[in-house]
Design a protein around this ligand. Structure first.
Ligand SMILES: [Mn+2]
Length: 479
């Protein structure tokens, strides 16, 4: 089941005993996120509702995605199973299945795909008579952040040529009561819409939802192939059509269950310094020029809840989301790169800085083919290091991975450096912004057909058929 909206999710957490309500005053400036951080550090990660953010009337909810359990509840299944069922959508009919039967089944499965568009706002929403971002408890997490930042927005734009919507998550710096920074990185769909609009010399409509059902928030983070918009993805997972409503002042629809919506525009000729901001890389990202979002209208529920998350030094809830994305998309990635057995992106590597893949090597040079496939696949393009291992290595076991990486490579033969490539906008090590290099490491055992003339040694394995007597001894020693 999919949550109706954010309050529905909150009451479910309450029921499940995975919830704390804080009635004391807590300052959104450095205090609120400090408490969220402590709760995560303690390893519980319960969802927290701050009823009285100091100086605001709107409550704040945090730790929406902070445990695997919650993530599974939000998706309605494990990410891996969801990935498998998405993969099955495009399954051709089996031998004993009729074409028509499979066709009908597919139609049913795709039935949820297209969102329903409503003309009128639901009754519990109101259009505010003036724009005032100062009323929203936007949090500051790190002491040297340039300003308060919205960290869980769903930013909705439209492709000016095709009209296809995109919902993405880009942090938003608060400049004043009406304007914000729009930190969409150059490779992202939102930025592409911005660039296409700029070529047309246009002002673009944008709507931003602050608070919606958690699956919609997750969909905005998911690395979807461009033609599949996030609301249709939501429909595929929840097997029902999403409800969108037309904007009041913008030609952009947004989720009908939104807590707060900022309707506004971006003038494609305008940029402004954005940042610094304590980012998930563990560093303050430097200030750079980014587009400016002007809010024209605020639409909100009568009693909205504002969602917050901590972005920053490792081991926050973005790790849970990152892992869910990895597991969910693995089934879809292997459609395109079938030789991949398993993959691991790690929080210590800020996910995209290193991906470890195990492959079933079938021909000489196969590991390099996989590296290039990864650099050519969706957001895996940001992988700074690709490490390829054989399937006897469990990619989720750091010890095995480092053992393979160090014992199975001859650096001058097995490491490739690709100069002059794109980098993630948050890469601080490359000499230029958005431009640097990549490294591939082939840690598979080398074959004769790859020029390795020596004999590859056997891997150690203990004796398997151990005598009863020794088995008994083990029990006696309670080993
Ligand atoms: Mn997209």
């Amino acid at each position: 089941m999919t949550y109706e909206d954010l309050p529905d999710f909150i009451s479910d957490r309450k029921k499940k005993g995975d919830f704390i309500q804080i009635d004391d005053e807590v300052d959104p400036y450095l205090e609120l996120t400090w408490i969220l951080n402590e709760e995560e550090r303690a390893g519980k990660g319960r969802t927290i509702l701050f009823k009285n953010p100091k100086g605001y009337d709107i409550p704040v909810v945090g730790n929406i995605f902070s445990t695997e359990n919650k993530m599974n509840d939000i998706l309605g299944d494990t990410p891996f199973n969801i990935g498998q069922s998405l993969r099955n959508l495009i399954r051709p009919p089996k031998e004993n299945e009729s074409m028509i039967g499979r066709g009908l089944e597919m139609l049913r499965e795709l039935g949820g795909l297209r969102p329903k568009i409503h003309d009128k706002l639901p009754g519990d929403h109101m259009v505010m008579d003036r724009v005032d971002l100062e009323r929203i408890p936007i949090c500051t997490t790190w002491p040297d952040d340039a300003a308060p930042f919205v960290t869980l927005p769903v930013v909705i734009t439209r492709d000016p040529a095709t009209g296809i919507k995109n919902a993405g998550m880009y942090r938003m710096q608060m400049y004043d009561s009406e304007t914000m920074g729009m930190h969409w990185q150059i490779h992202k769909d939102g930025s592409r819409h911005f660039q296409d609009n700029r070529e047309r010399g246009k002002i673009m409509d944008v709507s931003v939802t602050l608070g919606t059902d958690p699956l919609t928030i997750f969909s905005a983070v998911a690395p979807l192939p461009e033609p599949l918009d996030e609301f249709s993805f939501w429909g595929l997972i929840s097997k029902k059509r999403m409800d969108l409503v037309k904007g009041q002042s913008v030609d952009i629809q947004y989720p009908m269950n939104s807590e707060i919506v900022l309707e506004g525009y971006i003038d494609t000729s305008e940029t402004r310094m954005e940042g610094p901001f304590g980012d998930h890389t563990g560093y303050y990202s430097l200030a750079e020029e980014f587009p400016v979002f002007h809010v024209k209208k605020i639409v909100q529920k009568k009693n909205p809840v504002y969602p917050a998350t901590i972005v920053g030094k490792l081991w926050h809830e973005d790790v849970i989301m990152g892992k869910a994305i990895e597991r969910l998309f693995l089934s879809l990635i292997t459609l395109q790169i079938p030789e991949i057995v398993d993959m691991n992106t790690m929080e210590e590597a800020v996910f995209h800085n290193m991906v470890v893949v195990s492959i079933k090597k079938r021909y000489p040079g196969h590991a390099k083919k996989v590296m290039f496939s990864i650099w050519g696949t969706g957001q895996l393009m940001f992988s700074k290091i690709v490490l390829v291992v054989d399937p006897d290595i469990n990619v989720h076991d750091r010890k095995q991975v480092i053992w393979a990486m160090t014992t199975r490579i001859d650096p001058s033969r097995d490491v490739v450096i690709i100069p002059g490539t794109h980098t993630d906008s948050l890469d601080h090590a490359s000499a230029l912004f958005n431009y640097g290099s990549k490294m591939g490491i082939d840690a598979t055992k080398k074959w004769k057909s790859e020029g390795y003339e020596r004999e590859w040694p056997e891997t150690l394995e203990m004796k398997k058929d151990i005598d009863e007597r020794v088995q008994e001894l083990r029990k006696k020693l309670s080993l």
